[in-house]
Design a protein around this ligand. Structure first.
Ligand code: PHB
Length: 337
């Protein structure tokens, strides 16, 4: 089950309703949770969960227990939203950080004021780079040791903070973290290494979105293929569990890929490769496996079909989800399918 933002975490704390939601979907096999911020600075969306307070860690522990009780496995996705944010969504005292002080085009939803422009971010100092990396390490450690989750996924896709470093449109730094492939990859690779050292590489996955343009990034740039090959090679050295490639052509309307980037990533990474996009049948899943990749993600169908696996096994019709309740608070369109 792919990560899906559902915005049910009132006060950014995983709750009983979320326990029910994830437990209902435990037969997915591996659940990768919705984006969860390792820092108060990374809570860009309304009602998304965090993993930086005691109450949040306790909440994740209850969710993990509920999934484990039904035989499922659960990785918590760590998503720091960086410049994709609005002040009203951040806890008091937080700051909007990004590699460079470049505002993202587009708007962010807030419960207070509806749609508002994204915040203008502050370009991170070297000290803020280090302290943000430390937040990822601490959240990972607590999720594994205290909340008993099975692993964590670093969200380096879809235009959030880690992706903002990789992409030249949002990263115009001239120091060790900008310009060259090695430098734009450094923030992500340092976090992956520090987290793997703390909890073990086998408990760490990374999500990437090559050729993605979502959240005002540049889809194509000169060294894009080499960038993702370099990332794959370096992540491979860390013995990570998986690379999770989100195919933005499907859910986010990205332009077509100009190279066989999924194959290039697979050839340069020794762990598992997960990919998908629009998989709602056994045939579509098998096509991804037959293309040489290892695991298939399924996102939106899981919103309206908690028993997605049983439905495919028994050839039962899938229900369509109601987009109006994707991000609304409460159980409607969440635990009532
Ligand atoms: C969203 O909430 O719309 C969202 C969050 C994380 C993603 C993509 C979309 O990776």
């Amino acid at each position: 089950m792919a990560p899906l933002t559902r915005s049910r975490a009132i006060d950014n704390i995983p709750n009983k309703l979320m326990e029910t939601y994830y437990q209902q979907r435990a037969t997915a096999g591996l659940i990768i949770t919705e984006g969860t911020s390792p820092s108060p600075n990374g809570i860009g969306y309304p009602r998304i969960p965090g993993a930086y307070s005691d109450a949040q860690i306790e909440g994740w522990k209850n969710v993990a227990n509920a999934v484990h009780a039904k035989g499922g496995k659960i990785f918590v996705q760590l998503m720091h939203t960086g410049r994709i944010t609005a002040k009203a969504n951040l806890p008091e005292g937080s700051i909007t950080l990004a590699p460079s002080a470049i505002q993202a085009a587009g708007e962010m939803f807030t419960d207070q004021d509806g749609m508002v422009a994204h915040e203008i971010p502050k370009a991170m100092t070297l000290q803020e780079i280090k302290s943000t990396q430390d937040e990822f390490v601490l959240a990972s450690k607590r999720l594994i040791n205290e909340a008993n989750v099975d692993g964590i996924e670093l969200h380096a896709a879809n235009g959030y903070l880690l992706n903002q470093f990789i992409n030249p449109k949002s990263n115009q730094r001239e120091d060790l973290y900008g310009e060259s492939i090695e430098n734009r990859s450094r923030f992500v690779l340092e976090i992956a290494e520090k987290v793997a050292n703390e909890i073990g590489g086998s408990k760490v996955g990374v999500r990437l979105s090559p050729y993605g343009a979502f959240n005002d990034l540049q889809s194509h740039y000169d060294d894009i293929e080499d960038t993702f090959i370099y990332l794959s090679q370096e992540l491979s050295k860390l013995n990570l569990s998986y690379i999770h490639i989100v195919d933005q052509r499907v859910a986010f309307g990205a332009p077509d890929f100009t190279t066989d980037i999924k194959k290039s990533i697979k050839e340069n990474f020794k762990g598992t490769i997960i990919s998908g996009g629009d998989v709602n049948s056994i045939e579509k899943g098998e096509a991804i496996i037959n293309s040489g990749l290892d695991l298939v993600y399924v996102g939106r169908p899981f919103i309206s079909n908690p028993d997605f696996v049983e439905k495919l096994q028994n050839n039962l019709e899938l229900k369509s989800p109601d987009a109006d309740t994707f991000y609304s608070p409460g159980e409607q369109g969440y635990t009532d399918y």
